[in-house]
Design a binder for this molecule. Structure first.
Ligand code: PLP
Length: 453
């Protein structure tokens, strides 16, 4: 018997009242439609972020573009804008539906390849880098280092680096956030420390150390790594708090501006009769939450966002279903956060993202590790797209919508399902070393062959 109580209920009461929670506790793959989702812009109005905050974030990225273009030559061709490719994947759509479904699914499938974002190769290149830039700008202004007419190229100067070297940055991470903060922090000259949870891959630690970043390793999970990082941060240290950072969130949200432009460039219309369905892998929720917020700001009711989490770490889903958000952890339901999706191996959702998603999110689903591996394999074969396990989780989205009763019901209640544009957010992978990628692929191949019998 689990005697723990969360909110006003024991674990058994929760499971009885919401059978979905019992299924989640049994590590089953589930699909959930958010009953609190109302559409409209209520969530945007009530979430406590000012409408200008996103524009402000976009303007800050633009100010830093000359510095980024110079510091990272791979961004020269975009003028220092950190953006990822958007690509349509028709063959993939057919291949996946025939693999996992018997019938065809209407609409078009696009992939947002944040896996190929410059600088750190994951969605964290948006939020993580943004927060480091915010901090650097704030310090430079405070110190009077920045003159009004300076281009931000000066952030790469020895003078700035010497100053930033007297300041510290720290973060707790399962890997990818650490990479983003570490790479950008070290580039600017900050003394940077990354507190890595046990899930973090060795190559990420090695890469950071090669850039002069201090990596502290924990045998414990992400929550502990964050708590330790926060505790150890001294007065001259800026701790990037992934569990509660508005700056990270806003850095992610700006993705929506870039996406809108990309759809316009290829003449794809998003409106009430051509709705956009977006599938986002979720860890603490900052990345997918920020993107959802941005998309809702831009497309309103024409966009429907779904989160996906591993069956072994469905923290946002538990927070939303119970309404207890960061007061509930997957451990409370006997779930262990052990998953091959290291970017999503999180036991407790962000404190402030959950309550916002309560309004804005259409639903969420979970996915098993076995299926993640298989998706890695199918994506490589069908689309030559090489992603890490965390990053493929969204690809079941359209299939789950069309194959589950709550999913079908959701689509029927909203217009334009037959002309939907499905967008899977592929959140990471281009920096994974080839030998690691081959292991993921081989595991997926064996599982795919076994499942075909
Ligand atoms: C971090 C991460 C996510 C999820 O972002 P959160 O802000 O933790 O929700 C998704 N995919 C990958 C590859 C990640 O590294």
């Amino acid at each position: 018997m689990n005697q723990k109580t969360i909110g006003d209920k024991s674990m058994d009461q929760w499971k009885k009242e919401f059978p979905l929670l019992a299924e989640a506790a049994n590590l089953e793959e589930i699909f959930w439609v958010n009953p609190h989702y109302t559409g409209g812009d209520r969530g945007i109005r009530e979430c406590g972020l000012s409408p200008e905050a996103m524009d402000d974030a976009s303007a800050r990225f633009a100010r830093f573009a000359p510095f980024i273009a110079k510091a990272y030559p791979e961004t020269e061709k975009t003028g220092g804008v950190i953006e990822s490719p958007l690509r349509e994947a028709p063959k993939l759509f057919g291949g996946l539906t025939s693999e996992f479904l018997t019938k065809e699914v209407p609409g078009r499938l696009f992939v947002k390849c944040d896996s190929h974002l410059p600088i750190s190769g994951s969605i964290k290149a948006r939020g993580g880098i943004y927060e480091v830039l915010c901090y650097a700008e704030e310090l430079a202004l405070e110190r009077g280092l920045l003159n009004k007419n300076d281009t931000y190229e000066v952030f790469g100067s020895d003078r700035f680096r010497a100053f930033f070297n007297t300041r510290e940055l720290a973060v707790g991470s399962t890997g990818n956030l650490g990479l983003s903060i570490g790479i950008m922090g070290a580039k600017l000259g900050f003394k940077t420390t990354v507190h890595m949870s046990a899930d973090a891959r060795q190559w990420k630690k090695d890469l950071l150390r090669s850039k002069g970043v201090t990596v502290v390793e924990y045998e414990a999970d992400y929550t502990i790594a964050v708590a330790e990082g926060r505790r150890q941060a001294g007065p001259h240290c800026h701790f990037v708090d992934d569990e509660n950072s508005k700056r990270l969130f806003l850095g992610y949200s700006v993705a929506a501006f870039g996406l809108k432009k990309q759809f316009e460039d290829i003449h794809i219309t998003i409106d009430a009769s051509h709705p956009l369905y977006v599938y986002l892998p979720c860890g603490v929720g900052g990345g997918p939450g920020g993107v959802t917020y941005g998309l809702k700001r831009i497309y309103g009711d024409a966009v429907h966002c779904f989160f996906v989490e591993p069956t072994h770490a469905p923290c946002m889903l538990l927070g939303l279903v119970t309404g207890c958000h960061d007061k509930v952890s997957v451990g409370d339901f006997g779930i262990d956060t052990k998953t091959c999706a290291d970017g999503l191996a999180v036991g407790r959702p962000s404190r402030f993202v959950g309550p916002i998603m309560d309004y804005l999110l259409s639903g969420a689903y979970t996915i098993s590790d076995e299926r993640l591996y298989q998706l890695v394999y199918h994506l490589a074969n069908l689309e030559d797209l090489w992603l890490e396990p965390s990053a493929v989780a969204g690809f079941m989205g359209p299939i789950n919508l069309w194959s589950s009763n709550p999913g079908k019901d959701y689509m029927q209640r909203h217009p334009g399902a037959d002309q939907a544009v499905h967008l899977v957010w592929a959140t990471g992978g281009s920096m994974v070393p080839p030998e690691e990628m081959r292991k993921y692929y081989q595991t997926g191949k064996a599982l795919a062959q076994a499942s075909r019998g």
